[in-house]
Write a protein that binds this ligand. Sequence first.
Ligand code: FES
Ligand code: FE2
Length: 324
Amino acid sequence: MSKLSGHATGWFVIATADELPVGKVLSLSYFSKKLVAFRGEGGAVSVLDAHCPHLGADLGVGGTVVGDSIRCPFHAWRFAGDGGCVEIPYDRSDNKAKSLMRARTRPWTVRERNGLVFVWHDRNGRAPTYEIPIIAEHGSLDWTPWTLSLMTIRTQPCEIIENVADRGHFPAVHGTTLNEFDNEFVEHIAIQRSAGIAYPRGGGSDTFRLTATYYGPAYQVTEMESFLPNRLINAHTPIDDHTLHLRFGVMLKRMGDEKKMARYAQGYSQNLQLGFAEDVAIWENKVWRDRPTLCDGDGAIGALRRWYRQFYDHPETEQEQEQV
Ligand code: FES
Ligand SMILES: [Fe+2]
């Protein structure tokens, strides 16, 4: 797999649900484009290509929610969640219906799941081929809410994905002792099962067993048994060809009072941040090896790369198929 060109096909997190209360407009830069997300008064989140089809203003910069539509800041044309123009306030001509029909901006397919807002990206415009499973623990009183963080990283999605199979980096980068490590790849799903002892940088040790599952190319859910049972999410979204957002979060099974759980959640979240910072120091400075020199203990890096290629099924990718 050479560094794959373009952006993968799949569901990508573009915001947390909390970032988008009713009436909120978010200006976003993802997939080398400007997007606008807004939550209409009916409660649904819509995501559109941000530049107005009229004279090109960015709907995300000064646009406002009116009912379930967004009003452009430049001449107040309004667009519904399906991208269609629903009002041109100063056109009183007989041609208004025609103008409304012609003025469209591209809508993105959106899902709100597990406290996160996803869009479906496919450079060829195809419809979703899989769904984001609901995390049963999310919203349960027995579990804390997400403690979420966001990092902007100068790297490629393929580097992040490679963590799934890269057994050898866990002791070297994270100081983790791995006793078990296994991968499974099924259709759009990539699973890592591992067990061992983590040594958080703040001190102490934590015996863990986990199953970490990627649903598609960019969204991973981990079920972990450790000092406290927890659920982790890890999602990346490309900003452009060189930069991405990494969102990660933790929820913990409640095993104490509110204050104690908040402290634990902060501690877990800090450990996650430190863990990712260790990866980032490598990612931001490494080069991508199409043909790495691998050894037996490296794990299923080749299988992982073959699995990941399915999300780039465009002509350039097909030419590259035999490379690893
Ligand atoms: S540019 Fe959006 S209404 Fe004119
Ligand atoms: Fe890592």
